[in-house]
Design a binder for this molecule. Structure first.
Ligand code: GLC
Length: 427
């Protein structure tokens, strides 16, 4: 306790507030269950990260590992929460879930007032439903185009600025590398499985090509338009040419698997892959760079989908005070800084972008501030409680198009009708 308090006391006002809260902690220790998806090295880092809190409070944290897919997590959490499950105290929640699960979570606006004031306002807003702060941001997310700098240099190619350029460069260098003997080499890996990650990828293709955001901020369904159709057709052409046929089953970790063994020229992925790709035992360590995703069409710009993870306290938790204390600790400066240093997680506390240690350890973090500030939100705010159904219909239509089951034009027309039905007289 002494060691930790001293460290926190030297920190920010938020740190001090947490220490004071901890100092007043009642003696009876409890076990807190924390449910979270597991991607990369998440379990080990989490266990490491909660140690100071466990030591300071005497409580213990039971990590409940969930599947990597955010869609699978959501399905399970929704069932547990609907059944009033008291076994899970805290849930790690995706940025898009706030409106759908708000009623099941405790309002943290009071206890987290200081953290909220030190955070990016848009992120706090994304977790605020009817004035209730239903989850505290742990980190934000915005994807990058990962590229093999060594291979681009070897073949005299630039970092692609447009999807067309990416398609050409990937095809050319893939052919060269295969001719040179690497039969497993691919031009571009991304997330093509039928799940939320595909909605993120496809939103980027659409938004970067002037094809809208599926559902617009005013609730209008915009997905069936010529620019969106063209963008999807281009992506469908990647499958089996510059991207492996198996990309239709890839989530983040499968894409990273191909990339990190050195078998891909380009990858679309979130910043966590930057830390792991530069890990001591990574074959691509030091060989790659990151750039904004390519722009689409003639008048398009780069578009990155806004992601991010939060922590929410279940209203059915029987240890709410301890659960809130852990949420504050995990969303506070010490834990966010550890996430940035170790996993290249993008902090949601503004001040950490000026932290020289983070900039030195994970240079992507300060570089990505601008990218995440301009990132495109998924239409979870306008579609409210229906977002998961909207997204599931979108990723299905996209997955069918990528698999050659119907053209983009046919599938987006059907999707539009389906979304109209779902919307009824309003979201
Ligand atoms: C990342 C993002 C999250 C998104 C998910 C999709 O984890 O942070 O917001 O839903 O990827 O796979």
């Amino acid at each position: 306790m002494e060691r930790i308090s001293a460290k926190w006391r030297g920190g920010t006002a938020i740190g001090t507030a947490i220490v004071l809260a901890l100092a007043a902690w009642p003696a009876a220790a409890v076990e807190i269950s924390y449910a979270s998806g597991v991607v990369g090295t998440a379990i080990d880092s989490f266990r490491e990260r909660v140690k100071p809190w466990e030591e300071a409070t005497g409580n213990t944290v039971n990590f409940v590992p969930m599947p990597a897919s955010t869609s699978d997590q959501f399905g399970q959490y929704r069932l547990w929460l609907a059944a009033g499950n008291a076994d899970i105290d805290l849930y790690q929640t995706d940025i898009i879930w706030a409106a759908q699960l708000a009623d099941q979570f405790v309002d943290l606006s009071g206890p987290a007032a200081e953290i909220a004031a030190a955070s990016f306002p848009a992120i706090i807003e994304s977790q605020t439903v009817d004035g209730r702060l239903v989850a505290l941001p742990l980190y934000t997310d915005a994807p990058a185009l990962y590229y093999r700098a060594d291979l681009l240099e070897k073949y005299g190619a630039g970092v692609p600025r447009s999807w067309e350029e990416l398609t050409e460069t990937a095809a050319r260098i893939q052919a060269e590398e295969r001719a040179a003997g690497n039969g497993d080499f691919w031009g571009f890996v991304w997330q093509g499985n039928a799940y939320e990650g595909l909605s993120c990828n496809a939103l980027e293709w659409l938004a970067s090509s002037g094809g809208g955001h599926v559902v617009e901020a005013d609730g209008a369904i915009s997905v069936n338009n010529p620019a969106a159709i063209e963008a999807l057709e281009l992506a469908a052409g990647w499958v089996g040419t510059i991207s492996p046929p198996g990309v239709l089953a890839y989530q983040e970790e499968e894409a990273r698997g191909v990339w990190q063994t050195g078998n891909a020229l380009f990858m679309r992925n979130w910043p966590y892959a930057y830390a792991l790709g530069n890990g001591a035992d990574s074959p691509v360590k030091g060989l790659f760079g990151v750039a904004p995703l390519p722009a689409g069409g003639d008048d398009g710009g780069s578009a990155a989908t806004l992601g991010g993870w939060n922590v929410a306290v279940s209203k059915y938790s029987q240890h709410q005070e301890a659960a809130i204390s852990l949420a504050l600790y995990l969303a506070g400066p010490e834990a966010q800084k550890a996430g940035a240093l170790g996993e290249a997680h993008l902090p949601t506390l503004v001040a950490l972008y000026d932290d020289p240690e983070i900039a030195a350890a994970q240079p992507i973090v300060p570089r990505w501030k601008e990218i995440f500030e301009q990132a495109v939100p998924r239409p979870s705010a306008p579609t409210k409680g229906a977002y998961n159904e909207v997204s599931a219909r979108f990723w299905s239509a996209v997955h069918e198009t990528l698999s050659g089951q119907g053209s983009a034009a046919e599938n987006l027309e059907l999707l539009e009708l389906d979304l109209d039905d779902l919307k009824g007289r309003g979201w």
